[in-house]
Design a protein around this ligand. Structure first.
Ligand code: FAD
Length: 411
């Protein structure tokens, strides 16, 4: 008679019931391992559900090379994870849950109803049927001296023994949904050095808008504009003027570079092109047309269609002399300097940079210093823009950690 594999006689604790932890649980349960999953919150996948509120962008359909470039300095590490579970594999996996996907005009991939809740519901059902035991209101507090896991439950603190454990605790934003970054000191106490959690895909603050701009235009979108940091090619898109600065997809796309610049230099100056479809020559030509007794504001509107929040921002960021001089104003319209001083607080960010450095993990995502402890998801030190890249890497790392645990148990 053949003996069951060691993994099949083992029990694994997974801490964190977001996409990364649930994916690790699925891999292990499918291999016959006993899986107990714990989450501090009263229900699982709260941030995943929030991601579904504005339309769940689960992955992206662009070609592999440009997909991987989104992970910047961590391209190689994420490529290793995606080699086994890439965007196509993720889509096939979603289809396996009975949920269709579609590619939007921007190449982003969504579930057909754009929502996260049906997907999560179907997935949790399948996990339970596979034998995964899901425990909510169970907060991991670190380790006891004997190596057991400390868990705070409604019945008080418990010591938990497991043959291996996967930590999938998320980043440090939206603490009220569970990912509060409170795990950082717990790992530091075990001698790990964690890259500080920092806001990613976040808004930024300026020195202060005038009362007029803030009161009249906070919340207004600037559509079809381009932003550039230094000599980098300008990116087109849209962003939102906020009471304290700027936020929105175009700002998020540049947020890693902006944050790094602020960290180094104390501020970051971007150049905003308010008329990306017209050359400087064309804008200058149009503004140079005689305007008679019309105000410059009216001239801007009639010649360039510039009004509302765009015209107000132009006025805010130019001197009266610049605003009155067509040539200087044309230059400002094509490259309006916008200085950002600080990111908005981490808790407001869509995701966080920083976390457990890959250098402290082996290729199976096991902590080199803590054999049998694996890490996955946003708590690892990588970042990516919005566009489905965050969830794709969370799923792939959860799967890699699950497979890593299997290999380790069967070693
Ligand atoms: C507003 C918003 C919109 C987003 N939209 C998208 C999108 O469209 N596409 C995309 O790709 N990404 C999006 N994201 C990002 C995406 O949701 C996250 O990157 C992803 O959920 C991270 O998965 P995770 O499993 O690593 O961690 P999380 O989903 O954060 O899960 C971590 C889990 O660990 C639990 N936990 C933490 N500490 C403990 C502890 N000590 N003990 C027990 N449990 C603990 C938490 O309760 C939580 O359930 C969005 C995020 C936000 C905030």
């Amino acid at each position: 008679m053949t003996q069951p594999s060691p993994a099949k006689q083992s029990s694994v604790a997974i801490i964190g019931g977001g996409p990364a932890g649930l994916m690790a649980a699925e891999v292990l349960a499918n291999a016959g391992v006993r899986v107990e999953l714990y989450d501090a919150m009263p229900s699982l996948g709260r941030k995943f559900l929030l991601a579904g509120v504005g339309g769940m962008n689960i992955t992206h359909s662009e070609a592999k090379e440009s997909f991987l470039s989104r992970y910047r300095e961590r391209r190689a590490e994420i490529a290793h994870l995606l080699a086994d579970f890439d965007a196509d594999a993720l889509r096939a996996w979603i289809h396996g849950l009975g949920i269709d996907t579609f590619v939007g005009t921007s190449g982003r991939v969504f579930p057909s109803d754009m929502k996260a809740a049906p997907l999560l519901r179907a997935w949790l059902k399948r996990l339970r049927e596979a034998g995964v035991r899901l425990h909510t209101r169970s907060r991991w507090l670190g380790w006891n001296a004997d190596g057991s896991l400390r868990l705070q439950t409604s019945d008080g603190e418990q010591a938990l023994r497991a043959d291996a454990c996967v930590l999938a605790l998320g980043g440090g934003s939206w603490a009220r949904l569970g990912s509060d970054g409170a795990w950082v000191p717990l790992l530091e106490r075990r001698g790990l050095s964690i890259a500080p959690l920092q806001p990613a895909n976040c808004g930024f603050e300026v020195a202060g808008w005038s009362e007029h701009l803030r009161d009249k235009f906070a919340g207004a979108p600037l559509k079809n504009v381009a932003l550039a940091l230094d000599d980098e090619p300008a990116r087109r898109g849209e962003f939102i003027l906020t009471a304290k600065g700027v936020e929105g997809s175009l700002v998020y796309a540049l947020s890693a570079a902006i944050r790094e610049r602020i960290n180094q230099a104390g501020s970051a100056t971007l150049h905003l092109d308010l008329q990306p479809d017209r050359s400087l020559e064309k804008v200058s030509q149009l503004l140079a047309k005689p305007r008679g007794s019309r105000s410059m504001a009216k001239h801007l509107h009639s010649q360039l269609g510039l009004d509302g929040v765009k015209a107000a921002l132009l006025r805010e960021l130019t001197s009266p002399a610049q605003f009155a001089d067509p040539a200087l104003l044309a230059a400002a319209i094509k490259a309006l300097p916008l200085t950002l001083l600080r990111p908005r607080p981490l808790d407001e960010a869509i995701s966080s940079a920083g976390g457990v450095p890959f250098e402290q993990l082996d290729s199976n995502l096991m902590l080199r210093q803590l054999p049998g402890v694996f890490c996955a998801g946003e708590m690892l030190d990588w970042e990516a823009p919005t566009g489905g890249y965050l969830l794709t890497a969370c799923f792939a790392s959860g799967r890699a950690a699950g497979l890593g645990v299997l290999q380790w148990l069967n070693r």
